[in-house]
Design a protein around this ligand. Structure first.
Ligand code: GLA
Length: 828
């Protein structure tokens, strides 16, 4: 064993510099004095966050006396390697046993997830790390929450999601959680608590004063978890809910998903604390990973923080280091766990500063420890730390692939996936290699505007993905034939990829045209496809929730997975929409944006920029005690007789030029898109005498008023109002009137359903989607929704006996995604 090498002590100049800067403002911490009398201290903050002045002053004195510094943190006792660490196997009977044990605990609701979310992302521009976008507009916290939702569905238990925030991250995190609709988790499923706070010191122990002339506060390391979770009452709450095991990880490690085998190992070991270890590797600079390591300290297994260890610990003997993923038993967390606070040196405002931090792994000195070697990357990889923007760039594809297993799969979707997997097996004698899904969509507001945005001024809609999907399962072949069976329709389509590029090729008439159109779009974009077999099944109700966007998304993502195309969500949208347009529907971006970008409990505010890539912002969809349902008219909008194309022409080819001319003449302003016509423009120029076409006036009035309605709904959704449903209901009603009278895409069936639902007490109702049939949505008090729908459907059956109607729940759910094969295929 090499003797511990000493970290570089501060130079005299550095210390003098620090003293100089602080001279005028602080007194050195001399034992026996009261250095915390500094008038600039924010005692309200300090007290609220459990600052311990006695302990702090003691530390100050220790530092002033030289009794505590970076050197004193170094381990001095005998270290020895540990050589009997079990690794999770991921195959075989032991694995199955551990997995079953973990699954049982999860199903009993005995597991909670704790995420360490105290840190700022200094290297990401100083924002709160947890809210940094990782991919597809999903933040670290959102991706963690998504895994919790996934596992909650999978094991049928409401898994608590606990965030440990710091004074720096608390507000921004809470705002983010609300802005993202709590990621689809129930309100009581998210628990937060704050860690405590402390003060930075100068190297001599006196209070550090920053460039702003104020004391400098910091969160005292994640080891504060043990105190903070107790103090906040969160531990007691978890115990009350029956939680026995807590899964603990850093917010930036997205590999730390809920894995039943890992939980099983922890339980089987009867441990109070299980540490997940991975193999050390050389980093890009050629140095070995540095971090906390397992070792025997005076004969006892411990995890020891990296800065306490000799830097030349031989990797051969100490091949593992800690991921900072731990499992704790809640019973053990109740014990008083007193952790040492170590001196950590920082540079703050270009001056050296000391802060005292306690480190979670050091609890291994007090708790019965179990060590578990876990895979670092790959399908079950558990260590993907992202410390700098460059890590994010490098890891994004890996993290994305790793988290494909983490989409929240609702029970209905799982049932579809199981049916599809079974059908593939029965038909082809083999299991599918992938299962993809695309959801239907609903649109809260912003109807018939998506083709009217301009390059600078967009039109907007607020749509969302719903919990009804189409699932595609299949495998790849090399015979250049695509064959897909629809379980709903009982028909199979089959075509040769080579035929698609033959001169004079025409798309099929039936549903196969969608599949062909997707294949053509992929080929034309230079992707290579080699052939596939598969089955499809969906549970999308009626005609107005865009089963075509659902199918498009499932196909594009499914092919992307089978042929390794690695398409982004933006590409899914682009290709799926282009394919639909190829089948003859001149649709805008609304359907694909909603279906692909949807998230649980949330909608997206989509901005349409004249055929260019739309913008997309997540927005919570929380109406309090109100919910949305849909009712289908049973009347199909026929592609051939549909007014959709005619409306687009009337608006774009007739109304736009007439308005542009009038507005330019009156104001000198050039108008390039309907979105550029303001309400004031319309009030001034939108008259029959000025425009000369009643139809043009009506179409534009719809667009102008609809834009105002979208804006109003966006404001309400983002507000704290407690009558959101009632306010939005009125706007839905106005939207229907506008679609009926100005855009003229309603029909007697839709008008009847809307009026009847209103009469029975809905807050609001409107036709949804293209209109001329299809379906409508209504917003109603949750406890009366079913009764209102039932009464409306009953009256409809009398008024339109020839129409077959369906009603359905419209819950915002996850956008286009992959389904883990293990969910749908049981057994080896
Ligand atoms: C259909 C189209 C969409 C959109 C809506 C109306 O669903 O596919 O692009 O135009 O109608 O809002």
């Amino acid at each position: 064993m090499q003797p511990a090498s000493q970290p570089r002590p501060l130079s005299k100049d550095e210390i003098a510099g620090a003293r100089q800067k602080n001279k005028a403002t602080t007194r050195p911490a001399i034992p026996g004095t009261a250095p915390l009398a500094d008038p600039r201290l924010d005692w309200k903050l300090l007290r609220a966050l459990a600052f311990d002045p006695v302990r702090f002053q003691h530390d100050q004195q220790q530092i002033a006396l030289g009794a505590k510094n970076e050197q004193t943190a170094m381990v001095r006792d005998t270290l020895a390697p540990i050589d009997d660490v079990e690794a999770v196997a991921y195959v075989g009977p032991r694995y199955e046993e551990m997995r079953a044990l973990g699954e049982a605990a999860l199903s009993r609701g005995e597991v909670a997830v704790v995420v360490l979310n105290g840190g700022m992302a200094t290297r990401f521009g100083g924002v709160v790390k947890g809210v940094v976008d990782v991919f597809d507009d999903r933040s670290f916290i959102e991706l963690k929450a998504q895994d919790v939702l996934r596992a909650s569905y999978e094991y049928g238990a409401k898994i608590p999601f606990v965030l440990m925030n710091s004074f720096q991250t608390n507000d921004a995190t809470n705002d983010h959680v609300l802005a993202r609709g709590r990621f689809g988790l129930d309100a009581d499923q998210i628990l937060t608590f704050q860690q405590s706070i402390s003060l930075r010191m100068n190297p001599d122990g006196s209070l550090f004063i920053g460039d702003d002339g104020q004391p400098s506060y910091h969160a005292p390391g994640h080891g504060d978890f043990f105190d903070a979770i107790k103090r906040s009452g969160v531990l007691a709450e978890l115990e009350k809910r029956g939680v026995k095991t807590v899964l603990f990880s850093n917010v930036d490690n997205l590999g730390a998903t809920i894995d039943p085998a890992i939980i099983g190992h922890h339980l089987a070991a009867g441990a109070e604390m299980t540490a997940e270890l991975v193999e050390k590797r050389r980093t890009a600079s050629g140095k070995w990973d540095a971090g906390a390591s397992p070792a025997l300290l005076n004969g006892r297994a411990r995890i020891i923080e990296g800065f306490r260890l000799p830097p030349d610990l031989p990797v051969k003997e100490y091949p593992d280091f800690s991921t900072n993923n731990f499992l704790f038993s809640t019973a053990a967390l109740k014990k008083p766990i007193e952790l040492e606070r170590f001196v950590v040196r920082k540079t703050v405002d270009d001056s050296p500063a000391l802060q005292l931090e306690s480190i979670t792994c050091e609890a291994s000195s007090e708790l019965k420890l179990h060590l578990l070697r876990v895979p670092r990357d790959g399908e079950h990889g558990r260590f993907f730390p992202i410390k700098e923007p460059i890590d994010l760039e490098a890891m994004r594809p890996l993290v994305k692939a790793r988290l494909a297993q983490s989409s929240p799969i609702t029970p209905g979707l799982k049932a579809l996936a199981t049916d599809v997997a079974t059908a593939v097996f029965e038909r082809y004698g083999r299991q599918p290699e992938m299962l993809s899904f695309g959801p239907g969509r609903a649109n809260l507001i912003g109807e018939h505007v998506d083709n009217f945005g301009g390059e600078k001024v967009p039109t907007k809609s607020i749509p969302f993905a719903i919990d009804r999907q189409i699932v595609l399962g299949g495998f790849r072949t090399d015979d250049r034939i695509i064959e897909i069976a629809s379980l709903n329709l009982g028909s199979t389509i089959s075509f040769s990829l080579d035929a698609l590029s033959q001169p004079g090729f025409q798309l099929d008439e039936g549903w196969g045209r969608f599949v062909q159109a997707v294949a053509v779009e992929l080929l034309e974009r230079g992707h290579s496809l080699s052939g596939a077999r598969g089955c499809l099944k969906g549970n999308i109700p009626g005609k107005g929730v865009s089963s075509s966007a659902a199918l498009g998304g499932a196909l594009v993502l499914g092919f992307s997975s089978l042929f390794g195309l690695d398409l982004s969500r933006d590409e899914l949208v682009e290709i799926s929409r282009a394919a639909e347009r190829r089948t003859g529907v001149p649709c805008g971006y609304l359907d694909q944006m909603a279906s692909v970008h949807g998230r649980p409990n949330g909608a997206v505010v989509v901005g349409f920029f004249g055929g260019k890539k739309p913008s997309c912002e997540a927005i919570p969809m929380d109406f309090g005690d109100a919910r949305i349902a849909g009712i289908d008219t049973g009347r199909t909008r026929d592609l051939k007789t549909s007014q959709y194309g005619a409306r687009m022409r009337e608006a774009l080819e007739v109304a736009l030029p007439l308005f542009a001319k009038a507005i330019e003449r009156g104001t000198g302003r050039k108008i390039n898109a309907l979105s550029e016509i303001t309400a004031a423009d319309f009030a001034r120029f939108g008259k029959l005498e000025t425009i000369g076409s009643k139809t043009a006036v009506k179409r534009v009035r719809h667009v102008v008023t609809e834009m105002a309605r979208v804006e109003a709904v966006e404001k309400i959704l983002k507000s704290e109002a407690n009558d959101k449903a009632a306010q939005i209901g009125l706007i839905l009603d106005a939207c229907h009137v506008s679609l009926r009278d100005d855009f003229e895409v309603s029909c007697p069936e839709l008008d009847f359903l809307v009026d009847t639902a209103k009469r029975h007490g809905a807050y609001g109702a409107r036709l949804m989607g293209a209109g001329e049939g299809g379906n409508m949505i209504l917003l109603a008090p949750a406890d009366r929704l079913a009764a209102i729908v039932e009464a409306t459907v009953a009256e409809y059956a009398v008024a339109f006996p020839e129409r077959k109607t369906v009603s359905f729940d419209v819950a915002a759910s996850t956008g286009t995604g992959m389904i883990p094969l293990s969910l749908a295929i049981k057994g080896p």
